[in-house]
Design a protein around this ligand. Structure first.
Ligand SMILES: Cc1ncc(COP(=O)(O)O)c(C=O)c1O
Length: 383
């Protein structure tokens, strides 16, 4: 098969390293320039005009994300939520949005706000229920996450596509947790894919940015026009930092997912841990589907239900030395938090702790977690 090499498309793990494109032909610079300019001289060959409408550094990033997601294009935004808001703004007044019960709390909160102010209607469903896709009938948009959290749910994307298609509804998939290296929702039928690049794409907890990718030029053009009109554009430096972070996305997600799988296995069955949620575990309710829809790993997040109350779980989170007690996910450092501390997450058990696994040595992560869990008599005995 060696003869096929020059014509076959490089793997995503290779493409991501070169996602900023070839060296600059003029200077030979390997790293793309950070274009800070807020305006551009009229008559330039790129047709650039004003910095709220277009920027060359954003466009490199958008091309890179579109390539990884297998889409025709992408539009970047000031944050993941600015992207979410722009996508919801595609809908006409009074349209219905079906949303997964465990979608990101900020997305659900925005939808609740849009409903309260009479802009949209929403229908909250358990997206993993086999009958749930019927809810798409009558809706204008279905909002799912390729990998929900903190229970790491995996909706049946082809089934949702089928019902959304029949209803003429747009299928939107937030791919933040899975990353385009593990899942490509456009290939599974999504119309638009949303990312909080503040998480895995950037990967270092040092930026806020969102990206929406898709195939339909009309939708992409409307999203671009929305950004120019409303001004939710990303900072130039943030776009450049995201491009830099993406060069290591493959090695990060591979290691993080491998560590998460290992930790899930080590925590399973430990005293006073009544459940470990991780889609790579055979006992996860959507394990088989996760094997089909996620390729190359099951993601870098897991959650554990500790047999303790809110105060006990907070005590555990405050007692780790390597894991940081903080919200967010997808970065090089490991984070944990008691999830029910947040509004909108009260449906979760008080003792549920969400773990976002970083790139530290996994044995260190386990030891640190074990000493903190021991404070409430839970966790593995490491001897
Ligand atoms: C799955 C998911 N989508 C969207 C967002 C919103 O992104 P941002 O914080 O960049 O606005 C988040 C933030 O936590 C998220 O976890």
């Amino acid at each position: 098969m060696e003869g096929d090499q020059p014509t076959s498309r490089p793997a995503a793990a290779t493409r991501v390293v070169h996602s900023a494109g070839p060296p600059d032909p003029r200077s030979g610079a390997l790293v793309p320039p950070l274009v800070m300019s807020a305006t551009f001289a009229h008559g330039n060959p790129e047709g650039l005009a004003y910095g709220r409408d277009r920027n060359p550094t954003w466009e490199l990033l958008e091309k890179a994300v579109a390539d990884l997601e297998g889409g025709a294009g992408a539009v970047s935004f000031a944050s993941g939520m600015a992207g979410v808001a722009a996508v919801l703004d595609l809908l006409p007044l009074g349209a219905e949005v079906v949303v997964a019960r465990d979608a990101y709390s900020g997305t659900r909160e925005l939808l609740a706000h849009l409903e309260a102010t009479g802009r949209l209607r929403r229908r909250v469903v358990d997206a993993t229920d086999p009958r749930a896709p019927e809810a798409a009938l009558g809706a204008a948009m279905v909002w799912l996450e390729a990998l929900g959290n903190p229970l790491l749910s995996v909706p049946d994307l082809p089934a949702w596509k089928e019902s959304a298609g029949r209803a003429g509804a747009l299928l939107v998939v937030d791919n933040t947790l899975a990353t385009p290296l593990l899942c490509q929702p456009l290939a599974l039928g999504a119309d638009l894919v949303v990312h909080s690049a503040s998480k895995h794409l950037g990967g270092h907890s040092d930026l806020m940015l969102g990206v929406v990718a898709g195939d339909d030029p009309d939708l992409l053009q409307r999203l671009h026009a929305h950004r120019t009109r409303q001004g939710g554009c990303p900072g130039q430096l943030e776009a450049w930092l995201t491009l830099r972070g993406m060069r290591t996305l493959a090695v990060r997600i591979e290691r993080q997912a491998a560590s998460a799988a290992w930790l899930a296995g080590r925590l399973l069955g430990s005293p006073r841990i009544s459940a470990v949620h991780y889609p790579g575990l055979m006992g996860h309710p959507q394990h088989d589907r996760a094997r089909r829809q996620l390729k190359g790993g099951f993601g870098a997040m897991l959650s554990i239900e500790v047999d303790t109350d809110a105060a006990g779980a907070e005590r555990v989170c405050a007692a780790t030395r390597i894991w940081t007690n903080a919200t967010s996910l997808g970065s090089v450092e490991s984070l944990l938090e008691r999830r029910a501390r947040w509004a909108g997450e009260e449906y979760l058990p008080a003792g549920l702790i969400r773990l976002s696994v970083g790139i530290e040595e996994r044995e260190d992560l386990l030891r640190d977690l074990a000493q903190a869990l021991a404070l409430v008599g839970a966790g593995p005995d490491l001897g």
